[in-house]
Design a protein around this ligand. Structure first.
Ligand SMILES: Cc1cc2nc3c(=O)[nH]c(=O)nc-3n(C[C@H](O)[C@H](O)[C@H](O)COP(=O)(O)OP(=O)(O)OC[C@H]3O[C@@H](n4cnc5c(N)ncnc54)[C@H](O)[C@@H]3O)c2cc1C
Length: 412
């Protein structure tokens, strides 16, 4: 009891001292944004992974690159003080945290820079490193009828957060990851310099910052390539019992010319049972259609494979033209008869598909569960072994979440 009271008195002393420190540091840095002591709002010491938690000394909400430069310069002059940019905190292993250091909340800069440009005759958009991709999508489509070419599956991620990793989804076989679709960056370097870089201007910094895990500087602006946005998407899932047939078709589709394939190719593994999360019910796109296991062969193993495809079109296209184009593309595929599911959705609705999964997961309380996720690039020569050992044995009962698998081209 006495010890407890002692702690309380001590803490309130410490708090008022820290408040003094905050105003001292805020005034000395001359920030336009704001600064928070420790992690009062509770965002800087947690992430989507839910595996690690460390507290920063200060959480800084900059107004732009100038503020970030001042913070980095101040930290650079203090031994052992670390700085981490935080995008939307959807990392898995605490990458956007700084134990006793400065966390820079990039979301406060999300509105900066948004500007359409033409570079070498092609449209590009300048966006803040702190902008969410879902906002970039909505604005580009509604204002200009244009959209970035390469995406992630889920778009409540920041531009700087995914460019610091790669940004991979079902368009990467054609356009490469998001890091291959950026022509210029503005970066605050480790010395606090605000530097513009591209393939030809400061290329080491450019290629260091792209996929650089936030270790080569803080991306404050990115110039992203755009293309005309379609209006609609035919979203299709087809099911395979045999891994070799599934990979053969997936690899065939990603190696075809643009007008002879789909605009998006992904895939996933699911359990050969009626489990609502891991099994047959997780496949159907249209809730009115049921997965009919009578179509499965006797030889089907513990897991099945689903190829997920999308075909872009415009409102002005005749429905029969779209049907014919899609039929032509699926005709040569070796999926199981009767196990095809398809829906037509808006292009924006398609790209925001995981947002709906997020809303469901938040509603039933599983969004905040730990997410020990793993992403691997596996070479073509090892993928059959990987299937045999991992999918068919280790995770044959599912993992209570998605198990994605899709081919990429090394050349991209
Ligand atoms: C539901 C879900 C689905 C996902 N789907 C995909 C997918 O399909 N494809 C894919 O590629 N990834 C996917 N991811 C992973 C995601 O791309 C990464 O976790 C990404 O880093 C998260 O972005 P963020 O804005 O939350 O970044 P944070 O987690 O906040 O930060 C990630 C890293 O980048 C650094 N960083 C953040 N902002 C900047 C900046 N402006 N400049 C420099 N460094 C910075 C941080 O310090 C940290 O090291 C998914 C994640 C989730 C939660």
């Amino acid at each position: 009891m006495i010890a407890c009271l002692g702690r309380i008195v001590h803490d309130s002393d410490a708090e008022s001292k820290l408040d003094d420190d905050v105003s001292t540091i805020f005034n000395s840095l001359n920030l336009q944004g704001s600064i928070e002591n420790g992690d009062v709002s509770g965002i800087a010491s947690k992430d989507f992974g839910g595996l690690y938690s460390v507290k920063p000394l200060y959480l800084i909400r900059p107004s732009g690159a100038e503020d970030i430069s001042r913070v980095v310069k101040a930290a650079a002059g203090t031994p052992h003080l670390t700085v981490a940019a935080r995008g939307n905190g959807h990392s898995i292993n605490g990458q956007a945290m700084a134990d006793g250091g400065y966390v820079i909340d990039m979301r406060s800069t999300g509105e900066n820079h948004f500007k359409l440009l033409t570079v070498n005759g092609s449209p590009c958009i300048d966006v803040s490193g702190g902008a969410l991709w879902e906002d970039v999508l909505r604005r580009c489509v509604s204002r200009f009828g244009l959209a970035p070419r390469s995406w992630t599956d889920y778009l409540s991620l920041t531009v700087g957060g995914t460019l610091s990793n790669a940004g991979v989804s079902g368009q990467a076989f054609r356009y490469g990851p998001q890091t291959s679709n950026v022509t210029e960056l503005e970066v605050v370097t480790g010395k606090g310099d605000i530097t513009v870089c591209s393939e030809t201007q400061n290329p080491e910094l450019f290629f260091g910052a792209l996929g650089g895990l936030g270790q080569f500087g803080i991306i404050t602006r990115a110039r992203v390539k755009l293309q005309p946005a379609p209006d609609m998407v035919r979203w299709i899932r087809v099911v395979y019992a045999e891994f070799e047939e599934f990979t053969r078709d997936a690899e065939f589709l990603v190696s075809q010319k643009e007008d002879e394939s789909f605009d998006y190719v992904e895939g996933f593994v699911f359990c050969n049972n009626d489990d609502p999360v891991n099994g047959w019910p997780s496949v159907q796109l249209n809730p009115d259609q049921e997965f009919n296991p009578a179509h499965l062969p006797q030889t089907a193993g513990p897991v099945l494979y689903c190829l997920e495809l999308a075909f872009h079109y415009r409102n002005s296209d005749q429905p029969s033209t779209v049907d014919m184009a899609v039929s032509r593309l699926v005709r040569g595929l070796g999926f199981m008869d009767g196990l095809i599911s398809q829906v037509d959705v808006s292009y924006v609705g398609f790209l925001l598909r995981v947002k709906r999964a997020e809303q469901d997961a938040k509603a039933n309380g599983v969004w905040d569960n730990p997410h020990p996720w793993l992403n691997l690039f596996v070479s073509k020569s090892d993928i059959v072994d990987f299937d045999r050992t991992v999918f068919k044995k280790m995770v044959k009962n599912g993992i209570g979440g998605p198990m994605l698998i899709y081919p990429l081209l090394r050349s991209k």
